[in-house]
Structures are given as C-alpha cells and as structure tokens.
Design a protein around this ligand. Structure first.
Ligand code: AMP
Ligand code: MG
Length: 658
C-alpha cells in the first residue's frame, strides 16, 4: 500500500496511520488452541474414491481394500529348468546310484497346458515357469540329470534325490484368491502396481486428491519471468506452497497473485472456494496492508474466521477460517512464516483428506552453542542447521529472519522455545524436529565466511561424491567454531591490525592454515559518478569525506571488510557509517540502487552489479583447518580440490587471484 506520489498532508497522515495500525485486530491464541478450534470445524476424513487406470495411479492412495480375485501363480509352477517327476521315484538317487526314468512324449514350455500324466518311473521335460503336469510332485534340476539316448525310448539318469514339492511354487503361494492384497490408505508405488497387474486388474479405486487453491496477494508481487521493478518481489510463496501442496498429497490449483484490493481479492476468493476443496492464501496479513485479507475473509460466509493471530513465531498473523464447510487459510506473507505455518496447520489437513497417514515427526537431541533471546508470550520456532561433533549433534540457528526464502529450505530442522521463556541459554540441549528427507550427515563441515568461489570448491567435492555443508557465520564465527572443534574447516579473511598480515594471527597449536585465494577489495560507486570516476581509491575516499552530501554504506563489525574500512577511515565516521549490512552483495545493491554512493566490496561482486571499482588492496581468503580432523578423508579431498587445476581455473574466472 503505497501513498500517492504527492499526497496531501492529511492523505499522507492517513496512510501512515493505516500502515502503522499493526496487529491491533489480532486476538492471539496459542498454537494448540488454534489447532483445536480449526479441527473442531473441519471434515478430516479422506475424500471419495475415483477409479484410475493402473498407469495413472502411481503415488495415489488406495481408497478401499483390494481383495485378490485370482491365485498367483494361478497353477503349480516349475521354478527351474528340468524334469517333472514323482519324488518317490528318485529316492536313493546319488552320483553313483542314478535312478533311470523314461521321458514322456511331451515338452512343457511356459504357456503350455500339459496333456500327459507323469506315471511312476517316468519324467516330463519342463521349463522354468511351466505348469506341473498331473501325477508329478517335484522337479529335478537339469544339472542333476544325464540324458540317455541309446536308441531305445529317451530317458534320464537322476543323480540327486528330490523331496515332494521341491522346485515347485504352488498355486496361490504368492497371492491367494480372497486374501487382502492391498489395504486402503496404502500409497501406490511400483510394487503395488505390479501386484495389481499380477492379478489382472486394469484399474484401481483411489482417494480423490483434494484440490487446493493457492493464491497470493500483494501489490509488490511479480510472477517469475516478469522483469523485476523497483520495490517488486517475485511471488515465491505461490510456487513453494503449490509444490508443498503436491508433496502433501493434494492437487494445487494456482490462482496467481492478486493486488491488495478488496474487490479483486474477494472475487478471487469466491472463485477459489467454488472450484476447490481447500483455499490457501498468503499475504495481506501484516502491518502494511492492515488486515486486508482478514477483512475480506470475514465477509465470505459462515462459520467464518475461527482464529486470527497465533502466539507463534514465525507465524503470528495466521488466519484460519471455514467457509461453508471449506477450510480457508491465510498464511502470513513472509516466506519462512508462510511455509512454516503451512506445514503446521495446512499440510496435515491435506494429508488427511488425501487419505495419507499422519506424518510421524522425527526428532534428534542437539546442543545449541549460542544464547538465543526470545519474545515472552510467543512460542518461538528456531530453524537450525545440524552438525555432528565429537560430543553429539550441534544445532546452529540459521540466523535468517522470517522474510527469508531460503531459511526453511536450508534448515535441517527446528526446535521450539517455550512461550514463557525470554531466552534459551547457550549450551542448552534441545529436541530438534527434522524437516523433509533426512539426508545422510555431511562428510565435511565448513563454517565461517562465505565466498562465491567457495561454491566452486564445494561443487568439485560434490562431483567426487563428498557432501560438504557450509554454514555462513562470518570470519569470527568461523574462528570460534574451529577452536571449539565444531567444524572441519573455517574460511576466514581477517587482517591483523598491527602487522597488516591476513589470518596468520589466528593460528593456535590446534589449527593449521591452508592458503585459499586473494580477492581484490575496492571502492565501489555507480559508473559515471564524476565524483569518483577515474580517480584512485585514495582520492575517491578524500572526495567522499569532503562532501557531507555523499552517503557511504559500511559493513558489519567482525567482518574482514569492516576492519579494512575502519583502517581507511582512520577514525572518521562519514554519513552512512551506521548502515552496516552483512555482505558484499548488500553493499553493492545499496550503491546500485542509489541508497548509498560508495562502499567497499570485492571485485567479482562489483562486476556482478555493474559498478565502478577502484582497487584498494587484495584480501586473503584462507582456510583454518582443525588439526585433529586434518587426516579425515573429506578434509584431504578438500585440500586436493584446492590444488586441482580445473578448479583453480574456475576460481580465477570469478575474479580471484591464486
Ligand atoms: P504481507 O503479509 O502482505 O504484509 O507481507 C509480508 C511480507 O511478505 C512482505 O515483505 C511481502 O512482500 C512478503 N510477501 C507477501 N506475499 C509474498 C509472496 N507471495 N511471495 C514472496 N513474498 C511475499
Ligand atoms: Mg502484502
């Protein structure tokens, strides 16, 4: 909701009031209470069945028990190539005491109905899969016989005795007619398809997949593929929720993104309710738009809104409603909040209606090495990366806010901080609920400063089958993780203020240093900015310091770049100094978008954003290796990958020196 370009004073104040109205309409309840109210008004039984051809039934849920209509195998069947015999005739047969049997004038291949009875003293040639003829009760393997062809009627010598039933699969031994072949609620995989086909079935009754409408709202939203405009963001919720609906067993029906306009939103919601079983919408829930979605939902029908506001972080502005028997959920717009509340409140409902069983939560115990402050009165969920250490698992908060798209996808799991706690103390043990497929633990843990060329090394490791997990915690975070033995390798770029030498001062007897590459740091500005263009970095800096209208963008304390900036500024704090984003990219974006005029960043990032660049000094990006873990194969693979010429070439191509 943006005010007019030139609003009158009252219009502007109104817009400010609306924007700042915040969450006054929320009547916050606990997550458990929210679920109770919602579930009390919902039909959670599986939807009706529909008949599908086998070929289309993969991954669907069986709606009714399937009773086997025939026996499989349908007849007594030979399991080996050989001769159908009466077992009693082979009694005492051995290598030196063969038993001779005359061969019947019949050869039973697969698909042949036998005509000749196996009488005592005779045998019939039979192939694997052939029908056991009348009179026979065992099969002798061809390897244990010798063909006798001496002019008289053909015969065999049997060199090994068989017992009754040997090498025979009896009718119905695999599937017995009348038995329950598959139970309702079973998800159909290739094995189930095979069982149904073996019984001659061509179709199967499956639970109809709930049709779930997915709808986004926000004036700022663009569909992927459209050009990004200032202030615009891509509608990622629409895509991730549609995919999560399918993962939960539903059929996603995309309604795209609707502007923050009550009439348009109401029309879209009516359409969605008419054609779908469940409506999931995101956005229009937080302060900016006031209670737009809530206002529209409250007019749609009875029983209406059951919950608006849950004491849950992320996810407070969640709205749960039922309109004429159909659930309608408004998820918070922030991507992590949206997907978190989707998995908590919506996915279980879709699974239930799709006939799928309740998903069991998998948890592990882990130690959280840092203190985490938490808001009193809200149950807070913290997304974490899990890392194996000598003393068990360690859970690191991913540290990205609820606005992050990647927080949920990069996390291994989450744990809850009680609503009544104001913080979680460092080194607490927590129960982490795992998210998604539990992959095997990483072979190598890299914690510290992140760099785009590090992705090249990690990619080279992946090609060798080594799974590396990188956790971006900054150089200083990497140093402490390495000294606590929580990682194998810590990428760092910290200059020693006293000597100007990079990284060497971080060494301890427990840590070794492996040289990485150098990244040229420089003064970045918008190309064509005459105040800086064509100057040296030093001259540009002097020009910047001389003009109070020039705005800088700084870096966060603890970063290597910040140390460099402070040494250049020699105590000066020019306008913009307090703006301290946490990455080279954020610095470049601020300058490119005119929110600042200059900053310090590395050359590959300056290039990526099309910025002017005046070199200052190369920064050394090296790797601390925990000595105790140095001999681990994955650490050796990492060191090898760094030496590999192809990898080095790719790192150079990104603008690094090595
Ligand atoms: P809202 O609930 O509409 O106030 O949105 C809160 C935040 O989530 C804003 O930063 C929105 O830009 C963002 N947001 C809302 N909907 C989406 C979406 N569909 N995809 C990505 N971000 C969104
Ligand atoms: Mg919005």
């Amino acid at each position: 909701m943006s005010p007019d370009p030139k609003p009158t004073r009252t219009a502007l104040v109104d817009a400010i009031r609306r924007a700042a109205r915040q969450e006054q309409f929320l009547k916050v309840v606990s997550a458990a209470e929210a679920r109770r109210r919602f579930e009390a008004r919902l039909d959670r039984t599986p939807l009706d069945g529909e008949s599908l051809p086998l070929a289309a039934a993969l991954s669907r849920v069986i709606a009714a028990d399937v009773i086997a209509p025939i026996d499989t195998p349908p007849f007594d069947r030979a399991n080996v190539d050989g001769f159908a015999v009466r077992a009693a005739d082979t009694l005492g047969a051995g290598p030196n005491t063969p038993k001779r049997l005359t061969l019947n004038r019949e050869v039973i291949a697969c698909g042949i109905a036998p005509a000749v009875e196996v009488a005592s003293g005779t045998a019939t040639t039979i192939a694997t899969g052939g029908v056991i003829p009348r009179g026979a009760d065992a099969v002798v393997m061809i390897e244990h016989t010798e063909l006798i062809d001496d002019g008289a009627a053909p015969a065999i010598d049997v060199h090994r005795a068989v017992t009754s039933g040997q090498f025979i699969s009896y009718a119905g031994s695999d599937i017995a007619r009348g038995e329950t072949l598959l139970r309702r609620g079973t998800q159909i995989g290739s094995r189930e398809i095979g069982m149904l086909a073996a019984c001659g079935l061509t179709s199967i009754e499956v639970v109809r997949r709930p049709r779930v409408a997915v709808l986004s709202t926000g004036d700022e939203l663009l569909q992927p593929g459209q050009p990004l405009r200032p202030g615009g963001v891509y509608d990622s919720n629409g895509a991730i929720i549609a995919a999560a609906v399918v993962e939960a067993g539903g059929e996603a029906v995309s309604f795209g993104a609707v502007a923050d306009d009550e009439a348009a939103l109401e029309a879209a919601m009516h359409g969605a309710l008419e054609s779908c079983d469940i409506v999931v919408m995101s956005g229009g829930t937080s302060k900016g738009a006031g209670d737009l979605s809530h206002r529209v939902v409250s007019r749609l029908g009875r029983p209406g809104i059951l919950v608006h506001g849950v004491a849950l972080k992320p996810g407070k502005p969640l709205c749960l409603a039922v309109i004429k028997e159909k659930p309608l959920i408004v998820l918070p717009g922030f991507p992590t909040s949206a997907i978190f509340t989707f998995h908590t409140f919506v996915a279980p409902l879709i699974r239930a209606r799709a006939g799928l069983p309740v998903e069991a939560a998998h948890t592990v115990t882990a130690r959280v090495p840092v203190r985490i402050p938490s808001e009193l009165g809200r149950e807070e969920f913290v997304l974490v990366s899990l890392v194996g250490a000598d003393g068990g698992l360690i859970a690191f908060p991913t540290g990205k806010g609820s606005g992050a798209v990647t927080a949920f996808s990069q996390a291994d799991g989450f744990f809850a901080i009680d609503a009544l706690a104001s913080a979680l103390d460092a080194d607490s043990q927590v129960e982490v609920t795992l998210i998604g497929k539990s992959e095997r633990a990483p072979d190598l843990v890299i914690m510290g400063s992140h760099d785009i060329a590090l992705d090249v090394v990690v990619g080279a490791l992946a090609e060798r089958g080594v799974r590396a997990r990188t956790v971006a915690v900054g150089s200083l975070g990497g140093v402490s993780a390495a000294s606590r033995g929580e990682c194998d390798i810590a990428p760092v770029h910290l200059v020693d203020a006293a000597t100007g030498v990079y990284n060497k001062h971080l060494l301890t007897p427990d840590l070794a240093l492996i040289p990485g590459w150098r990244r040229m740091q420089g003064f970045v500005f918008r190309p064509g900015d005459a105040r800086f263009e064509g100057r040296t970095a030093e001259a540009a800096l002097q020009a910047a310091l001389a003009d109070p209208a020039i705005l800088m963008v700084n870096r966060n304390a603890g970063s290597g770049t910040r140390a460099l900036i402070d040494s250049l500024l020699r105590g000066a704090k020019p306008a913009g100094y307090a703006n301290q984003p946490r990455s080279h990219n954020a610095v470049a974006a601020a300058v490119a978008q005119d929110r600042a005029d200059w900053g310090v960043a590395i050359v590959p990032v300056a290039r990526l954003y099309g910025l002017g660049f005046l070199p200052i000094a190369p920064e050394h990006y090296d790797f601390l290796v925990v000595e105790a873990r140095r001999e681990r194969p994955a650490v050796q693979d990492f060191i090898d990958a760094l030496k590999d010429e192809a990898t080095r070439g790719r790192i150079r191509a990104l603008g690094m020196e090595l």
